[in-house]
Design a binder for this molecule. Structure first.
Ligand code: NAD
Length: 361
């Protein structure tokens, strides 16, 4: 097992190292276990508010630099997600390079050992490509893991609460944009019908929304479409005639190519880092008069859920904190309007104030 500081790795592209310095990551390590061929990166962005908590993503990245880029952006997002949600946690994230369908228990044991070497500076949980079962295996090597199965005293699958928070953010956005939080009859496209997407479908069906779905995995989309009697949009999804676009797959889907095609009034979804370029594409959305509910604000339900496992917070408190996303969304949208800045900038401003105020106090 080998753990190396990212700066000591060879062949890491310059752009990645610059991003790391600019965004002031506290610690980024590359983990390699020869026996299981596990390659992972763990990034700790900021621990001013507490230990860095963030899920582990398992994905088939093209190369190590792409994986590092992703983990740097994701871990930074976690710092601001915890802050804006009022949690005393820092921001961190891990990525495992590989196909999650080829994951083995031995790999999870190796990953758990790497997490343990950081002695609680980083606490892991599940993200794309990982499950509560994986957390139970990681738990055999370290206590610095949450999102464990309920029969192990864990808080279970966080995506249920994440979806509820996204619904709250969507309703807050609808209230601000249309004067009512009712979603009945609204055409909503869910891109990515994985853990969060599936739960969001169930919640939106209760709201009588007109739901459309899209997934890279067509077989999955077909199964969900049959189960819930939903329409699939396969092609030209960005120019489809919808009211709300809910990105629930991977990040970067809001960019200079997709935004001009969008016909929706609102973007509100679970995916992390939806804006391909945070400082450019937020402005582009404003230019097209599209309301953007900042992802790190409205997808915080899962973090609230795992926080409860860490701190022994009650289920009622989890629900209350998650429902508060409705009010915070409206507050951010008002601030964005009053200060003539994008909703992303307004949300970041509030989040950064808390991270740095507490630290300087
Ligand atoms: P998941 O892996 O269960 O589901 C993702 C789905 O997106 C899969 O069905 C996949 O086939 C599909 N997909 C991937 N790329 C796609 C593309 N280009 N177009 C269409 N579909 C595509 O993941 P999840 O747990 O549901 O998480 C979804 C997103 O929400 C991720 O970005 C994740 O980081 C974020 N998120 C999840 C949680 C959580 O509690 N699970 C919490 C906060 C944020």
């Amino acid at each position: 097992m080998k753990i190396t500081n990212i700066r000591e790795l060879k062949n890491i592209n310059h752009e990645v190292l610059k991003y790391m310095s600019d965004k002031r990551h506290e610690k980024v390590v590359h983990c390699y276990d020869k026996e299981t061929n596990l390659e992972a990166i763990i990034a700790v962005h900021n621990t001013n508010l507490g230990p860095a908590l963030g899920g582990t993503r398992m994905w088939q990245y093209k190369n190590t630099s792409d994986a590092i880029k992703d983990v740097l952006r994701l871990s930074r997002g976690m710092t601001y997600k915890a802050s804006i949600t009022g949690l005393n946690l820092g921001g961190g994230k891990a990525v495992i390079i590989g196909n999650s369908e080829k994951k083995t228990d031995e790999m999870m044991h190796a990953f758990g050992k790497f997490v343990e070497t950081l002695k609680g500076l980083y606490i892991t949980a599940e993200d794309v490509g990982m499950t509560t079962y994986d957390m139970s295996i990681i738990h055999k090597e370290t206590n610095h893991v949450v999102g464990k199965p309920t029969d192990l005293g864990g808080s279970g699958d966080p995506s249920v609460v994440t979806a509820y928070g996204v619904l709250m953010g969507m309703k807050g956005s609808a209230f601000y944009k249309w004067g009512s939080d009712k979603l009945n009859g609204k055409k909503i496209l869910i891109q990515g019908v994985g853990n969060v997407g599936k739960n969001l479908i169930q919640l939106l069906q209760k709201e009588n929304a007109d739901i459309y779905i899209n997934d890279l995995n067509l077989e999955k989309a077909l199964n969900i479409s049959t189960k819930y009697n939903l329409k699939i949009i396969k092609d030209n999804i960005y120019s489809s005639d919808i009211d709300i676009y809910a990105p629930c797959a991977l990040g970067g889907t809001l960019n200079e190519i997709t935004i001009p095609q969008l016909k929706c009034d609102i973007v509100a979804g679970a995916a992390n880092n939806q804006l391909a370029k945070e400082n450019i594409h937020d402005e582009l959305l404003s230019k097209y008069n599209i309301l953007y509910a900042p992802d790190f604000l409205i997808n915080a339900g899962g973090l609230i859920n795992v926080y409860s496992e860490l701190k022994g917070v009650s289920r009622d408190e989890v629900t209350t904190k998650t429902e508060n996303i409705f009010h915070t969304t409206i507050e951010i949208l008002k601030k964005s309007n009053q200060e003539n800045i994008s909703s992303q900038k307004a949300a970041l401003k509030i989040a950064k104030e808390r991270v740095f105020k507490k630290h300087n106090a």
